[in-house]
Design a binder for this molecule. Structure first.
Ligand code: FAD
Length: 411
């Protein structure tokens, strides 16, 4: 790429910030503009529902780079600036306020936004969503004094992490979740059951198989949540965690191919050769799995941003990573690798006793490992991912046997 090239990255989150870092690391000397609608320097979101929420990590601990990194690396940051329109014929991105940026190559890394509840009472004071650091600041104010009645609508990953923080701050917590087991969607009933037990043991009241009909308020402030089954649960604070949707508006308006995210090939290139997508918004053809996967997790932003940058530089790259994520709730930490896929699993194999909460679970189909989750067991991710990548049937008894090193099973 010549010195005169102009690269623009829209979305100053983890994927965008790691992409610009890689462009400079790879020796790109052209102009780089990083556009983000938040006012903060790019930051990572996992601490927002964990250590930053719990007051164990300072605000700057979440930053991807120190604030002065961008100027030092000649990256022009446009913070608090929303990109409003992508003009593909002129290779131009328009910004709120009337300015615009021309580009030779563009990376879209606009992440996701929380799904909104559309029921009576959703605008009352005391109803919280969580995506941005200011949302965590508001939650800290609401929860850290303890003694509040906190109702969670939705028992997904973020809701459960915040529920665990709310209990740690000594609040009364109720979770309302339509499925009969927490995390039944992503984990299935077996391992979802472990998280269900975990929250019950920590004094969380679970209303499973139920959903929310209405949020009631007094003087504009939330006072209760009414469920479909007719129960009224008193509430000072309501936290809504019902999933996220990819921010694909720019791509859609520009007529890029979009279907559950921006469609990209294994090199993270969209249907336009000069436009790339990474992070939560990218629905990637993953050659390892032979199908499209869209991942809304930290490691995907961390790895796909840099890969997109190398692709923009004309390098031959392929995004064939095994999806990975982690969660921390109370004293349980876990890492999950894999993607079960549309055909599902037929067995769960445990290495270690799940009741001790120190074990590895493997989801298998026809003996092949589709996914693995290590709970309070560490430094096994590479081995778990190697088993998934091998696509070989593994003897279940050996998989379960702690005396057989995982690395022996692959070879
Ligand atoms: P984002 O981080 O969403 O960044 C995109 C940025 O683009 C945002 O700042 C957005 O405002 C901005 N933007 C959007 N549209 C425009 C526009 N038109 N113009 C300008 N800017 C725009 N994952 C895990 O694996 N483990 C965890 O424990 C975990 N915890 C999480 C906790 C919370 C509270 C949240 C919210 C997420 C968590 N995740 C976790 C998920 C992980 O943080 C995301 O997958 C990751 O942030 C995605 O990065 P991204 O760069 O694609 O998008």
């Amino acid at each position: 790429m010549s010195n005169g090239s102009k690269f623009v990255v829209v979305g100053a989150g983890l994927a965008g910030a790691k992409a610009v870092e890689t462009l400079r690391d790879e020796g790109f000397e052209g102009a780089i503009d990083l556009v983000g609608d938040e006012r903060e320097y790019p930051y990572e979101r996992p601490p927002l529902s964990k250590d930053y929420l719990l007051g164990k990590q300072p605000r700057e601990g979440a930053l991807v780079h120190d604030g002065d990194w961008y100027a030092k690396h000649d990256v022009t940051l446009h913070l608090g600036t929303r990109a409003t329109r992508l003009d593909l014929s002129d290779h131009r991105i328009e910004l709120k306020g009337g300015a615009s940026l021309d580009f030779d190559k563009l990376l879209l890394a606009t992440g996701s936004s929380p799904r909104k509840l559309r029921i009576p009472g959703n605008e009352l004071d005391g109803v919280f969503y969580l995506r941005r650091i200011e949302h965590t600041d508001a939650l800290i104010s609401a929860l850290s004094g303890g003694g509040q009645k906190v109702v969670f609508i939705g028992g997904g990953w973020i809701g459960l992490e915040v529920a665990s923080a709310a209990r740690t701050y000594q609040n009364e917590v109720t979770i309302i979740e339509p499925q009969n087991t927490l995390l039944e969607g992503p984990l299935g009933p077996e391992l979802g059951g472990m998280f269900t037990d975990l929250h019950r043991e920590h004094g969380v009241r679970l209303l499973l198989g139920d959903s929310v009909e209405e949020i009631k308020g007094t003087d504009g402030k939330v006072s209760a949540v009414v469920t479909k089954s007719g129960e009224t649960v008193a509430a000072d604070v309501v936290v809504v965690g019902i999933g996220a949707r990819p921010n694909v508006e720019l791509a859609e308006d520009a007529k890029l191919d979009v279907d559950n995210g921006v469609l990209v090939d294994a090199a993270l290139q969209t249907s336009h050769p000069d436009v790339y997508a990474a992070g939560d918004i990218a629905n990637v053809f993953n050659p390892l799995f032979g199908r499209r996967i869209r991942v809304e997790h930290w490691a995907n932003a961390l790895n796909s941003g840099p890969l997109a940058a190398r692709s923009m530089l004309g390098q031959s790259v392929s995004y064939d990573r095994v999806p990975y994520f982690f969660t921390d709730q109370y004293d349980l930490g876990m890492e999950y690798s894999g993607d079960i896929g549309p055909d599902g699993y037929d067995n769960v194999v445990y290495r270690g006793d799940p009741s001790t909460r120190e074990f590895i679970a493997f989801w298998t189909k026809d003996g092949r490992v589709l996914a693995g989750m290590n709970v309070n067991v560490w430094d096994v991710t590479d081995d778990v991912q190697a088993l998934i990548k091998s696509k070989k049937p593994i003897d279940a008894a050996r998989l379960a046997d702690k005396n057989v090193p995982l690395s022996d099973l692959v070879n």
